[in-house]
Design a protein around this ligand. Structure first.
Ligand SMILES: *Cc1c(COP(=O)(O)O)cnc(C)c1O
Length: 385
């Protein structure tokens, strides 16, 4: 097979460490659903899902029917898949036939799903999403009542897998007043289910931040995204963990992901010459420059022009000039004997050097997720030890 311009390696041992840490922290009686939307936050669904299954994960959450199909293609037959977002009407029969769980957030959808399930003779596995304050998707109290009536009347056609909601900003402790209110509201929805005697198999509200820092919200399942990939959701959550455990640091969560390429060419540039487009970089001395075979069209942010670094022979090589569509150049004057074909680390570790995603974005964790989730699907992903 012809090689791509870069490659991503995923560490099975780092993932195992992360899942073990989460299990210990969250408790073994709480199910962990791994959120693998956005191509597993850029890690690559088809490579990542079997790796997570090896760590004992049997439930995956995605944002769309399309992503659910990607998981379905690579997961074990008994693994559960849950769609938290868009499932088009025309894809409902496909979801039901494949045992895929999905959110219901309006009454018309509930009615349609029951009709289709009855026609197929296969029960639909649904989760009722409650509106508790995020004002994205979710059923009001009244609508939930209607759905519960429909479920009760059609119990042969519906598996009531879960009652759920989503916290709007649990990673920032200044939002606590809002999160607590959502939590109380959610419990009222559950009380309604109890009153109607239509109980879900599971309650789930917590994403990584709440799963790590708001123990009461864990219930029967948590939907863990960013933490499984080795990122603390926010400094708030990290320091909450440290103070709760009397620790000064915690290294249990490890980055799974390395992004690599190879030097495409090496050349000498004389003092006064310009490197790449325009006048973005002028050599202030005689330099040795290595050419990288990828650019912004391959997910390497253009914003790193004249700013970022890559690792070659374990040393940092600064970017010189603009990130082009498919190329960029780095200064290797201080690194002896760099040859074409030399391994380059774009994100990850090499020798004593490290480049992490945060150094790419120099800002919040949320931006980290943005950066990762934009890495093109075309970059090959491979599991390593
Ligand atoms: C993305 C998402 C999650 C996971 O969030 P993290 O903060 O990455 O853990 C959980 N639930 C829903 C509904 C989501 O959209």
């Amino acid at each position: 097979m012809v090689s791509h311009s870069s490659r991503i390696e995923l560490s099975q041992s780092a993932l195992k460490a992360n899942i073990n840490f989460l299990r210990k922290k969250i408790g073994t009686d709480v199910r962990i659903s791994c959120v693998v939307k956005a191509n597993a936050y850029g890690h690559g669904i088809s490579c990542y899902v079997p790796m997570a299954e090896k760590c004992g994960i049997d439930h995956f959450s995605v944002a769309s029917g399309f992503e659910a199909e990607e998981v379905l293609e690579v997961c074990k037959p008994e693994t559960r898949i849950m769609i938290m977002g868009i499932l088009y009407d025309r894809d409902i029969p496909w979801a039901i036939e494949n045992g895929i769980e999905f959110y219901v957030f309006n009454v018309e959808r509930m009615q349609r799903v029951i009709e289709i399930a009855r026609e197929l003779g296969i029960p639909a596995r649904i989760h009722l999403e409650a509106e508790t304050g995020a004002n994205r998707t979710g059923l009001t109290f009244q609508e939930t009542g209607k759905c519960l009536t429909l479920i009760k009347k059609n119990s042969a056609h519906v598996e009531f897998e879960g009652l759920c909601t989503h916290f709007a900003g649990a990673e920032t402790f200044a939002n606590d007043f809002k999160i607590q209110k959502q939590y109380r509201t959610f419990n009222e929805f559950y009380a309604l289910c109890k009153k109607r005697k239509v109980l879900p198999k599971m309650r789930h509200l917590a994403s990584s931040a709440a799963a790590l820092s708001f123990a009461k919200s864990r219930y029967e399942m948590v939907r863990v995204g960013v933490a499984q990939y080795g990122f603390w959701p926010s400094p708030d959550v990290y320091y909450h963990h440290l103070s709760a455990n009397g620790k000064n640091s915690e290294k249990a969560l490890r980055r799974i992901f390395s992004w690599k390429t190879d030097v495409m060419d090496v050349r000498k540039v004389s003092e006064g010459e310009f490197i790449g487009y325009g006048t973005a970089y002028q050599a202030t001395r005689d330099m040795t420059i290595a050419v990288m075979p990828l650019g912004y069209s391959n997910g390497y942010p253009r914003g790193l022009s004249n700013r970022g670094h890559v690792l070659i022979k374990g040393k940092k090589a600064p970017i010189t000039g603009l990130i082009n569509m498919n190329l960029f150049m780095v200064d290797v004057s201080h690194i002896p004997d760099v040859q074409p074909g030399e391994e380059v680390v774009l994100i990850g570790r090499q020798g004593n050097g490290t480049i992490n995603v945060a150094s790419f974005t120099q800002t919040t964790q949320l931006v980290n997720q943005e950066m990762m989730s934009r890495l093109p699907q075309a970059i090959p992903r491979k599991a390593v030890r």
